[in-house]
Design a protein around this ligand. Structure first.
Ligand SMILES: [Fe+2]
Length: 245
């Protein structure tokens, strides 16, 4: 889109505003979670440059990512992790009393996402290892069927039952660029705004893209979501209108 600005501008604005908001409350973020589609067909150097930008802004706060359908797993692994490989990026780490799990339900070039063999087993084992800790699950693709016009990733009954019976406090998603809140298998499930634009379906079948970006601040305590504050920047800038074939 010719009128789109460099997403690092909006990313910088969001990180600075989020840190300032926390500072004003005498707090410091425990974790920055990035909901995927870090780059559009980026190469190794793109991911390395983005990582440097984010880590400088993060100032020591841990950063968790999941990958989206626009991400290259190979370039991400090379530029972000400094390793080779093309396999899905499933990751977990414990921060204080919170277990954070990033489950990769993206396939590069497939806008609908998918789970691949072995992921449910990995998630089951990871949840078991977390024990009674409050736990956050992040995926790129949203999973709630009624969420909106963008198709969710298909979830098996086995996956939904695993979520339902788990200690998960909330689920974080991206992909749609639209803020949303709902329940997935009885768990609070939040989709965050995108970092660049959002699309509106017009009556004539075209999609209008406008500049909009934002972030969410989520406060957890003893396994429950105490607060979710949404900051959305809607500049009103029209980026373009397109017809999908
Ligand atoms: Fe996406």
């Amino acid at each position: 889109m010719y009128a789109m600005r460099n997403p690092l501008i909006s990313l910088g604005i969001c990180l600075e505003r989020a840190f300032a908001e926390c500072r004003n409350q005498g707090k410091r973020p425990d974790l920055i979670a990035i909901s995927g589609d870090l780059c559009e067909d980026g190469d190794e150097e793109d991911y390395r440059a983005l990582r440097t930008f984010i880590y400088e802004k993060a100032a020591g706060v841990p950063v968790a990512v999941t990958l989206g359908n626009h991400d290259s797993k190979q370039s991400f692994r090379a530029g972000w992790l400094g390793e080779e490989g093309t396999q899905p990026y499933n990751w977990t780490q414990t921060f204080g009393d919170t277990c954070f799990i990033s489950l990769d339900n993206s396939v590069q070039g497939n806008p609908n996402g998918d789970f691949v063999a072995g992921q449910i087993e990995w998630l089951r084992a990871t949840l078991a290892a977390a024990g009674e800790r409050q736990t956050v699950l992040m995926t790129h693709h949203h999973m709630i069927p009624y969420q909106g016009p963008v198709l969710p990733v298909k979830c098996s009954g086995e996956f939904l039952e695993l979520i339902r019976k788990s200690q998960i406090s909330c689920i974080l998603c991206g992909h749609t660029h639209h803020n949303f809140e709902g329940l997935l298998a009885d768990k609070p499930c939040f989709t965050v705004d995108g970092m660049s634009f959002y699309g509106e379906n017009l009556d004539n079948g075209a999609v209008r893209f406008r500049e909009k970006f934002g972030y969410s601040l989520i406060v957890l305590d003893q396994g429950r979501v105490l607060e979710r504050r949404i900051e959305t920047f809607d500049t009103g800038r029209l980026l373009g209108e397109f017809f999908w074939k």
